[in-house]
Design a protein around this ligand. Structure first.
Ligand code: FAD
Length: 226
């Protein structure tokens, strides 16, 4: 038997680094979020990793006078062992490189600390930023932030399956505490709310510019009138 579905804006399946980052980002944008993790604790392979974060254009590089470009970073990635490049997608590589510095700075904003950058050949420049004290810091800080922002993190969620309506995925079914439960995503509403939020910001910016321009014109007329 399936209980009443829980309805949230965003359902995230998997509480590793990627899932928790998605949860925090959605919650920061005022979406209600639910994370379903099949293990008894979050962390996944992120907690087993070394935790190095390669990025270009970071404040750490700037502090050492290193001038870097995402395009060069994307180019250097190809120089690693070609066997690792199965399914290489140049556009994704460039996207990763372009977003790398902002992502690292965003991680810092939620409390993840880094040291570096260090050289990591075949990278031509020092781009390797290492998390302090170890990779568990990613999921620990992200989990704390996600909870603080109101996200629900459910561990021990087994046998997850997608709920579809036509071709659309609308939620997830999972066994939690021995009971089948449904988590429905209200993503259309969330998307609409984000669009409204952006429109409000654009209108506010336009209003500020209009008022400032008006004040300047009045000021100039007043000075000329003296
Ligand atoms: C030894 C090692 C060292 C590494 N070192 C680095 C490094 O220095 N730098 C680097 O950039 N990368 C490194 N990596 C790679 C990096 O760790 C991974 O790419 C990254 O952690 C993947 O994050 P993720 O969130 O996608 O997956 P994970 O962190 O594995 O998270 C996935 C989560 O989803 C859960 N899950 C899966 N299926 C379901 C389901 N059906 N229902 C519910 N939950 C589910 C899992 O239990 C898990 O918790 C390393 C990897 C290893 C193994």
């Amino acid at each position: 038997m399936v209980n009443e579905p829980e309805i949230v804006d965003v359902v995230v399946v998997g509480g590793g680094g990627a899932g928790l980052a998605a949860a925090v980002s959605a919650a920061q944008n005022r979406a209600s979020v639910c994370v379903l993790e099949k293990q008894d604790r979050v962390g996944g392979s992120t907690n087993l990793s070394v935790g190095s974060f390669s990025a270009s254009g970071t404040r750490f590089q700037a502090r050492k006078g290193i001038q870097d470009r995402p395009e060069d970073y994307a180019e250097d990635m190809v120089k690693f062992d070609s066997k690792l490049l199965t399914g290489d997608a140049p556009a994704m590589r460039l996207l990763l490189a372009r977003e790398s510095a902002e992502t690292l700075h965003w991680l810092e904003s939620v409390g993840v600390a880094f040291t570096g950058p260090f050289l990591e050949p075949p990278h031509r420049l020092a781009r390797m930023h290492n998390v302090i004290p170890n990779s568990r810091a990613y999921t620990a800080r992200l989990q704390t932030t996600a909870r603080r922002l109101g996200a629900r993190i459910i561990t021990g969620a087994k046998d997850t399956e997608l709920i579809t309506e036509g071709e659309r995925v609308v939620g997830v079914r999972a066994a939690v505490d021995g009971e089948k439960r449904e988590y429905r995503a209200r993503f259309n509403d969330a998307e609409r709310r984000l669009r409204r939020q952006r429109l409000r910001r654009a209108l506010a910016a336009w209003l500020i510019i209009a008022v400032a321009t008006g004040a300047c014109i009045l000021g100039v007329r007043w000075v000329l009138g003296q």
